[in-house]
Design a binder for this molecule. Structure first.
Ligand code: SF4
Length: 464
């Protein structure tokens, strides 16, 4: 639950190209490790021999092995970035370090044996409660064991990371910037966003574009980055639709998207395909790729990465939507994700799955309405429906893997998003519960939720 304003979170913050299976447990820790590696370089540590220890706390410890957190921090420490790195290279980093436990760079020889030097710890750090359920500490030690450099990082969901300092309190990482810039259309709530769109008479995506341009991100750069995101989403669907086999991790979950897709394409589709199953199959294709540690787009998280690509592809096929419209949809969806991030949470470890699949459903519903020509009131209504009907949904992944219930949750969420969009488009946009109210309820529900249902694999379906 962050302190940044919603209008400072750009579409490129909400949609990040990364590695599966988890944005909070894979992408975030990988980025944090990369930041620590850069700190070592920045601090100009004298050439010599050192030792590295990485401590994973809370939910990162409880489900980190299933989510590949240990492999992700290894990849970050050797300088790989989740956006640019090849997925195979990311997962090769840990076995390589286990064989040759030295990170050598800039005259430093840092001994680091992942088997011994990554510690999975509990819910306190130095006897104090964790600052966040997903906390990690990086320690660079001298050969005598003296701490030379120490950083605490929090993975706060959706691949966002924050540095933490005990004396100064939480510090927002440099992922955003732009504080202090006077935006042409400031907003921090859904009501304010709707108000800015109506007062300016601009389409909702144009309000965001104007704000981003003031922050230095031109429309052409934003659109070309969104194109790359759309391509990555499409590639992910295609890989998922053409790959079969058992997903890694030990749960023996068989991939289903390819088989289902082939049945749907057949000359006589089976009776179960009577209701269009394509959005569900597209979503499953992406989430199977995510579960296999492939390249995906956090939307807003990896666990919920299938829903938006599925809805976008379904609407593109049904309505022949052009690239600009698809980009506009992503921009609007990002506003909804930013509002959830600011006023509730997009982290399963903080508020359960309502923050991941629930948020993604709201984003997809609002984005769908925007792409189909709905008003800003209808966008807000669709997003509210998407959130409202996921309130209270827990995060209880079996064996800590992002497979069961996650893959089917995206399939169901895609259908709900399309229904939410249709319900709002069929109305005049007036409704009883506002999106702002639903987000306040979501936050409180998350605070009230028992910890065992917040990505700890200690309750619910996780118990088998
Ligand atoms: S249950 Fe939901 S929140 Fe938890 S890991 Fe799966 S998709 Fe993410």
């Amino acid at each position: 639950m962050t302190t940044i304003r919603a209008d400072l979170i750009s579409p490129l913050d909400m949609f990040k190209i990364g590695i599966g299976p988890s944005s909070s447990h894979t992408v975030g820790p990988m980025l944090a490790a990369l930041m620590f590696a850069r700190s070592i370089a920045r601090e100009k540590v004298a050439a010599g021999a050192y030792h590295l220890v990485i401590e994973l706390y809370g939910s990162l410890s409880a489900t980190g092995k299933g989510h590949g957190t240990d492999g992700a921090v290894c990849a970050g420490m050797i300088g790989l970035h989740p956006k640019d790195a090849d997925a195979d290279a990311v997962w090769q980093a840990k076995p390589d370090l286990e064989k040759n436990p030295i990170i050598a760079s800039g005259g430093l020889n840092i001994s680091f044996q992942p088997r011994d030097d990554i510690h999975f710890l509990g819910w306190t750090i130095d006897g104090k409660p964790l600052p966040h359920p997903n906390t990690m500490r990086f320690l660079l030690l001298s050969q005598e064991g003296k701490t030379l450099l120490e950083e605490i990082w929090l993975s706060v969901g959706g691949g966002f990371v924050e540095a933490f300092n005990w004396t100064e309190g939480r510090i927002y990482s440099k992922q955003h910037g732009g504080e202090g810039v006077d935006l042409p259309y400031p907003y921090n709530t859904a009501a304010e966003f709707v108000g800015q769109c109506q007062a300016s008479n601009l389409p909702p995506w144009q309000v965001v574009i104007a704000n981003q341009e003031r922050r230095g991100l031109s429309e052409s750069n934003l659109r070309s980055a969104l194109d790359e995101i759309l391509d990555t989403m499409d590639d992910c669907i295609e890989r998922g639709l053409s790959t079969e086999g058992i997903l890694p991790g030990g749960l023996n979950v068989r991939r289903r998207a390819k088989h289902l897709y082939e049945k749907l394409k057949g000359e006589s589709p089976p009776a179960w395909a009577g209701n269009d199953l394509r959005p569900s199959v597209y979503a499953m294709a992406v989430n199977e790729e995510n579960a296999a540690g492939g390249k995906v787009v956090t939307a807003p998280t990896n666990g919920s990465s299938g829903l938006i690509p599925a809805v976008w592809r379904t609407l593109k096929e049904a309505h022949d939507l052009d690239r600009t419209t698809l980009q506009n949809g992503l921009i609007v969806a990002s506003v909804i994700g930013a509002l959830v991030k600011v006023h509730a949470s997009i982290s399963g470890a903080e508020v359960g799955c309502q923050g991941e699949v629930g948020t993604s459903c709201a984003m997809a519903a609002g984005g769908a309405v925007a792409m189909l020509g709905g008003s800003v009131n209808q966008i807000e209504q669709a997003a509210e429906i998407g959130i409202e009907h996921h309130l209270g949904m827990t995060c209880d992944p079996m064996m800590g893997l992002v497979q069961v219930p996650c893959i089917e949750r995206n399939a169901m969420g895609a259908v709900k998003a399309l229904n939410a969009a249709a319900l709002s488009l069929a109305s005049d946009g007036s409704h009883l519960v506002s999106l702002d109210k639903a987000l306040a309820v979501m936050k409180q529900t998350g605070l009230d939720m028992n910890e065992k249902y917040k990505e700890t694999s200690t309750g619910g379906l996780a118990l088998g």
